[in-house]
Design a protein. Structure first.
Length: 299
């Protein structure tokens, strides 16, 4: 498996990936713009939980770019952004159950980037891991620091941007093999491997190299498996759903934070599903603070 640095409750995380202005659209209300983008949401979620986070990204010099930067910095995220002509956006259409469907206006052109010092942990995923030419810059950074930093990955599959399925599977599995910890949703797996059981895919991915694979199952909760044979499951918390935007990213942030702090697999899952539940109960990608998560766990 890939080597990884030992992290601690204070170890910072370098998150690499896109920012997106989510234009949330429903049939009975005016459009609302929320700061989004899966990696950006994870960086924000980590910072809200008290984990230092830097986001390497792209932003435009426009109102959406300023909105997203203010949002991230309000939680303490250090934003390192290459300037692009306009900030990426996505129209997010919600159905009657709050489930989201996305239509993207996004490019990813991150230039080759050097780091002043080695990161303790790197998180990546979503559009930035598969969209060229920027994905090549992300790959170069990860390959440069693999063995020094703990690598985590969430494919966060966007079928409209993934190209043909076979090519997408190859790219995703390359990232899985480079990672120490992988989180994926059952919906992602259903698109990548139609008809296969999530448990079977998790075991196959573990054989590629990661130490931990966690799978979210929506209303059915989540499970995790380790390369050493560890197993854990967690039920979803029943909450009224405002929308599901950012729920997986809140799960990812809470799981990463707990895992890096030394929590056992079951505790990591419990914290993660609780963070996701708090997020779906309110509009937009709005993950819990450390105090909110602690209070919910106590209840």
């Amino acid at each position: 498996m890939p080597g990884a640095a030992v992290t601690s409750p204070a170890s910072p995380v370098l998150v690499i990936g896109e920012c997106v202005a989510d234009i949330v659209r429903t049939s009975d209300a005016p459009d609302r713009v929320h700061p989004g983008g899966s990696p950006a949401n994870v960086a924000y979620g980590l910072a809200r939980l008290g984990r230092p986070a830097t986001l390497l990204t792209e932003l435009g010099p426009d109102a959406n770019g300023r909105l997203i930067r203010r949002h991230l910095e309000s939680a303490g995220v250090r934003v390192r952004a290459a300037e692009v002509a306009r900030t990426p956006s996505a129209v997010v259409e919600l159905d009657g159950q709050g489930r989201a469907r996305y239509t993207f206006d996004i490019h990813w052109t991150l230039p080759p980037t050097e780091l002043a010092e080695p990161p303790a942990a790197i998180h990546l995923g979503s559009i930035a891991a598969v969209t060229e030419p920027g994905a090549g810059s992300v790959l170069a950074l990860v390959e440069r620091w693999r063995g020094h930093a703990r690598i985590s990955y969430d494919p966060n599959v966007r079928p409209a941007l993934m190209g043909d399925r076979a090519g997408a599977v190859r790219r995703v599995e390359r990232w899985v093999a480079l990672s120490d910890l992988v989180k994926v949703s059952d919906e992602d797996l259903d698109w990548l491997y139609p008809g296969e059981r999530p448990e079977a895919v998790a075991e196959r991915w573990l054989a590629l190299g990661p130490a931990v694979v966690a799978v979210t199952l929506g209303a059915e909760g989540a499970f995790a498996r380790t390369a050493g044979g560890g197993r854990a499951e967690a039920a979803a918390l029943p909450v009224p759903v405002a929308d599901t935007v950012g729920a997986g990213d809140a799960f990812m942030a809470a799981f990463l934070h707990a895992h890096a702090s030394g929590a056992d697999l079951g505790a990591c899952l419990t914290r993660a599903v609780t963070a996701a539940a708090l997020t779906v109960a309110r509009p937009g990608a709005n993950p819990p603070s450390a105090a909110e998560l602690t209070a919910a766990l106590a209840d």
